[in-house]
Write a protein that binds this ligand. Sequence first.
Ligand SMILES: NC(=O)c1ccc[n+]([C@@H]2O[C@H](COP(=O)([O-])OP(=O)(O)OC[C@H]3O[C@@H](n4cnc5c(N)ncnc54)[C@H](O)[C@@H]3O)[C@@H](O)[C@H]2O)c1
Length: 324
Amino acid sequence: MRVGQAGLGPWGKNLARNFDDLAELAWLCDARPDRLADAESRFPRARTTESFEEMVADDELEAVVVATDVPTHYRLAKQALEAGKHVFVEKPPAMRAREIDELIALAAERDRVLMPGHLLLYHPGVGKLKDLIDARELGDVLCVYGNRQNLGVVRSHENALWSLGVHDLSVILHLLDEEPEEAIALGRAFLQEGVEDVVFCYLRFPSGKIAHMHLSWLDPHKMRKITVVGREKMAVFDDMELDRKVTVYDKSPEEPEVGATFGEWRTRTGDIFSPKIPNDEPLRLECTAFLELVRGSGDRRKVAEDGARVVRVLERLTTSLDGG
Ligand SMILES: NC(=O)c1ccc[n+]([C@@H]2O[C@H](COP(=O)([O-])OP(=O)(O)OC[C@H]3O[C@@H](n4cnc5c(N)ncnc54)[C@H](O)[C@@H]3O)[C@@H](O)[C@H]2O)c1
């Protein structure tokens, strides 16, 4: 399969390495000549261009990877779909719900794949959390919260909600498989006007479950963590851990006995264990999933719809953050 990639920054290079291994990386495109030259030296068999239009005009090119700056994602993904290409577009695929809806309609009309790059959905640790929840190992899920904090990288084109929150939100929506009926965000722009560095989000779902996200690039802790609190057990996915990515805590509250005179809630603490998580590179799994969708296996419609759900909730959180 012939793949062309636009955007050869630090993240784009990771994608290019994988697509070069898994398919034929036929085109490299970047508006910056220095980045293009650097990529050309790594992947000498690929053709190079600074023009996205030139790349997508190649009739033999089947798929396009968009790893450019966030505000360009929608426009470039649209151009590639209009040229009849399958599209992998880095997160977030668009910055407005109506834009992603338009991309989905276009992909359906042209019978093409539109896959937003939600990397964590391909992380074996997140897969394990999902399995635990679906198998009801944790009992009823009550709440989920994400911590994504660090000092830097300070972005200028997008705020902490769009840069960091997109990851946790994709995981929370995947785990709970519901769309929130309430979405509230509070935050502040300390360093650059209009670009929030610290954001706290609250989501409430129709089932009554709640979720929270703490997103910040102004923080002493480097945290990449999702915690799921179930009625019977609790589980944590910690991407900073090397070999204890998921920990399950057999802990829960115990109801007072019926008729007890001094009925008090107690807590139960059992084993703490860490299931084995395969060490596969999530990005490799994600790129493989895209190529499989192009080859016709998997549910291409669902992958695109899941991405749209993330954009819809991000848009609502942005309205809340803006005070609307
Ligand atoms: N999934 C993840 O975990 C993850 C991690 C980091 C970044 N990302 C995403 O990947 C994307 C790239 O990240 P990065 O850090 O490499 O970004 P970057 O800003 O360093 O690089 C983007 C590149 O795109 C090029 N570009 C912009 N518009 C272009 C156009 N119209 N045509 C051709 N080239 C163009 C720029 O010249 C630049 O070299 C971003 O969208 C980011 O959100 C995803």
